[in-house]
Design a protein around this ligand. Structure first.
Ligand SMILES: Nc1ncnc2c1ncn2[C@@H]1O[C@H](COP(=O)(O)OP(=O)(O)OP(=O)(O)O)[C@@H](O)[C@H]1O
Ligand SMILES: [Mg+2]
Length: 328
């Protein structure tokens, strides 16, 4: 085992013409750990994966992955990394086993059959190996995709939004699986997500990325400790004014969009009774308390919501993935 990090970047940047997709990003991922890139649509997550896997050329900066310099030695890097793309990559007309065979050809692997058998067992796909992937459930497909990425025994695997568009129960099953792969196979993982809970549950360390920049980096707990205040989201009737809300003891900041309010408060438990006293109950249409989470960290830094941002795009993508499947 090496003690050097599995991934290390120094001021890594990527421009597409005038657009700075990745902006001077520096980080290190210790061998065997799980690192998460958390950010909204278009933040630069996939671009970072493309740079680190040698699929896309960096504009400036440097990166080492699995001990090799990505700029100078992309071939050695490619042999040592696996990638689970956010799009569907399986061939539905081939069986599970044939998909593994195809992967072995693409990677020019000899002697892959034993490993493939093991992976099918591990991912509980062995009994369905001869069936076309088109007949697999979403969870099975995802498991097969991870198996493909592990076939050549990579040191590092990149998972690009591994659970995008999946139902919550499939998502939780995948979390367990990802954790299992990390510990059982000892692979370092870099995953991207815009699900707060996912990054929190899976990652040893998380970088929050926005417009190509790391705006925060740390363990989920470290990040959560940064935001000491709670948020109260409110929807009220027209009669409520900012002054009335700001006057409530414990309210430190008031922001609003029409009748939707976001209050920053020292402690939601202490402020709520005062709030109910100050506003007549019939003036409150909806109320929601947010305790410190990676969501509030993102909001604290950027002033925007992470999970709501681009949720339409997410739904659209899920729709698109399903359409593609249905057409086959
Ligand atoms: N090949 C390309 N040519 C031009 N611009 C690109 C290209 N690939 C990505 N971009 C732009 O770079 C930015 C970052 O894109 P990227 O795909 O890395 O975001 P992301 O964080 O993965 O987003 P998402 O959550 O939607 O997958 C976006 O503004 C995107 O439009
Ligand atoms: Mg992406």
């Amino acid at each position: 085992m090496t003690t050097s990090p599995a991934i290390a970047t120094e001021s890594l940047s990527k421009n597409y013409g005038k657009l700075v997709a990745v902006d001077r990003v520096s980080f290190a991922v210790p061998s065997g750990s799980v690192f998460g890139l958390l950010g909204p649509n278009g933040a630069g997550k996939t671009t970072i994966i493309k740079l680190l896997t040698g699929l896309s050329e960096m504009t400036s900066g440097s990166a080492t992955v699995a001990g090799f310099d990505v700029g100078r030695d992309p071939m050695h890097v490619k042999q040592r990394v696996g990638w689970v793309a956010s799009e569907v990559i399986l061939d539905d007309d081939l069986s599970g086993w044939q998909n593994l065979w195809l992967q072995a050809q693409l990677q020019r692997l000899d002697d892959w059959q034993g490993r493939a058998e093991q992976l099918l067992e591990y991912f509980e796909l062995a009994t369905r190996r001869k069936e076309k992937v088109g007949t697999y459930s979403t969870g099975m497909r995802k498991r097969l995709e991870i198996a493909l990425a592990l076939l050549h025994q990579p040191e590092v695997i990149f998972l690009d939004e591994p659970t995008i568009g999946l139902d919550p129960n499939v998502r939780h099953m995948l979390w367990d699986l990802i954790e299992g792969v990390n510990t059982q196979f000892g692979v370092t993982m870099l995953l991207t997500s815009h699900y707060i809970e996912e990054a929190d549950a899976l990652c040893d360390r998380v970088a929050i990325i926005d417009h190509g920049r790391f705006v925060a980096i740390g363990t989920p707990d470290e990040l959560k400790r940064r935001v000491k205040e709670d948020f109260i989201e409110l929807e009220t009737s027209e009669a409520v004014t900012p002054d009335r809300l700001a006057a409530i003891p414990g309210v430190t900041r008031v922001e609003n969009e029409g009748r939707s309010w976001v209050l920053r408060v020292t402690s939601a438990e202490e402020v709520l009774p005062h709030l109910f006293q100050a506003l007549r109950t019939d003036e409150i249409r909806r109320i929601n308390v947010e305790k410190p989470s990676l969501e509030t960290v993102f909001r604290d830094i950027t002033g925007r919501r992470l999970e709501a941002a681009g949720s339409d795009v997410q739904d659209f993508r899920k729709f698109y993935v399903n359409m593609r499947r249905a057409r086959r």
